[in-house]
Design a protein around this ligand. Structure first.
Ligand code: ATP
Ligand code: MG
Length: 418
């Protein structure tokens, strides 16, 4: 894509009311547009990142047999009354139409997915079932000051699993721990993300969170670095330490962001809707459930928080909007010709390139934009790089490295085409 055609522009300043690093950088880079506190629109560069995160998650959920659906955001009040959450969930958005009829704007989808399933599954032979979606959620977050980390409208992958027995549930739950690790590793924050024990509420002893260590985190976790296991501060007491066989002296405190979590729901939502099955003896039982969430928008913000440096964003290759940021510096004929040739060749080879072909923009400005936007590799064609034409003519530098090197077009292509 030609940067001269990209309708978004980078900005020197973020809106004055943005205090978080992730929102500041994403807004300055033109990845997202802030509509109001906790509400963002995705612009072309941001949507490319989002789609890549979405694809990673979709692939991994499909691998464990997840069936993708897209459930409604407007949800019947009666369903929420049935589970007690119409009045029991503080952050629920309730919307009334002009006739006074109220609906909920979905903050999560147990109240929708369970009644749907009830229409289709009733025999033990119908199980297990795993359903997921990737969808906008609405929550009345009163402290929406963390940019993409805490939206009032945000995007979540929510998956729900349905089982006829505890053993089957537990097997799946354990598998999901591995799947989540894979997702965060593929998204480039695996080395900073830890399985974290958290309180499970009234229904089970623990839930598990996936916490990414970064100073911007709203949560405090205690990490046992040897075992790579952490505890949320909320659950830290001697009894829990004992149960998990952890010693207090070994734990190190960190700020962290909860990028995902998994829950044992038991019959909390299946019972109110009487979602049940008959076993092979014809006896009826209530279905067991698990749920598994990942905030995609939060994950995007987390990657920015955790990996950025003082110059801007650093995207991991797997979710970068483009693999290469090609910069054309100066406008003399030779530079123009060579830069166009490199752009065309990379495109032909299927490499995703953002081509800074803007005229009348200084080299300094192009370099600082490249740092802000954070593509994994910068490739520069300039009068200077062309002086080195015998050794290739293109100066490449990784976003994470200080020094570049001159390569030929073939060498550049070889990085991507194997
Ligand atoms: P938190 O404690 O941070 O409010 P939560 O426990 O309410 O999170 P869940 O209801 O379990 O979160 O939602 C599943 C996932 O959705 C979370 O792990 C997180 O990644 C994401 N998420 C939750 N709330 C938000 C939000 N307001 N903005 C962005 N992502 C969110
Ligand atoms: Mg919450």
């Amino acid at each position: 894509m030609r940067q001269s055609k990209l309708f978004t522009k980078t900005r020197k300043e973020a809106p004055a009311d943005e205090v978080s690093k992730n929102a500041e950088l994403l807004i300055r880079g033109g990845f997202v547009h802030k509509e109001m506190s906790g509400v963002y629109s995705y612009l072309p560069l941001g949507l490319r990142v989002f789609k890549k995160i979405e694809n990673i998650i979709r692939e991994e959920m499909n691998k464990v047999g997840g069936q993708e659906v897209l459930m409604s955001s407007m949800q019947p009040k009666e369903n929420w009354e049935k589970t007690g959450r119409w009045t029991g969930m503080d952050d629920l958005y309730k919307v009334a139409d002009s006739s006074g009829r109220e609906v909920a704007l979905g903050p999560t989808h147990e109240e929708i997915v369970v009644p749907i399933l009830k229409n289709y599954v009733s025999s033990h032979k119908d199980f297990p079932v795993v359903v997921y979606q990737i969808q906008n959620k609405f929550r009345m977050e009163l402290r929406a000051k963390s940019g993409m980390l805490r939206g009032r409208e945000f995007i979540m992958k929510d998956m729900y699993s349905f089982h006829t027995g505890q053993e089957d549930f537990e097997k799946f739950y354990e598998k999901m721990k591995e799947v989540y690790k894979t997702v965060f590793t593929r998204a480039g924050i695996g080395h900073l993300t830890y399985l974290t024990f958290a309180s499970g509420g009234t229904f089970s002893k623990y839930s598990h969170e996936f916490q990414t260590i970064t100073p911007a985190g709203e949560d405090t976790i205690y990490l046992d670095e040897e075992n790579g296991v952490a505890l949320n501060k909320e659950v830290l007491n001697d009894e829990v330490l004992g149960q998990l066989n952890l010693s207090k002296e070994k734990l190190v405190e960190y700020k962290a962001i909860e990028v995902g979590n998994i829950f044992d729901l038991k019959t909390k939502y299946s019972a109110p809707f009487d979602l049940s099955f008959t076993d092979d003896k014809g006896e009826k039982h209530v279905v067991l459930m698990g749920c598994y969430g990942i905030g995609l928008s939060r994950l995007m913000g987390t990657v920015v928080e955790a990996l950025a440096d003082d110059k801007g964003i650093i995207w991991p290759e797997s979710i970068a909007p483009f693999a290469v940021h090609l910069l054309m510096l100066g406008e003399d004929e030779a530079v123009l010709k060579e830069a166009e040739k490199v752009y065309e060749s990379l495109n032909k080879a299927g490499v995703e390139v953002l081509f800074d072909d803007r005229a009348g923009v200084s080299a300094g400005e192009k370099f600082s934009d490249a740092d802000l936007l954070g593509m994994p590799l910068r490739a520069v064609v300039s009068a200077r790089s062309l002086k080195d034409l015998s050794s290739g003519g293109i100066e490449i530098k990784k976003r994470t490295e200080e020094k570049g090197k001159i390569v030929s077009l073939d060498e550049l292509l070889k990085i991507y085409v194997r």
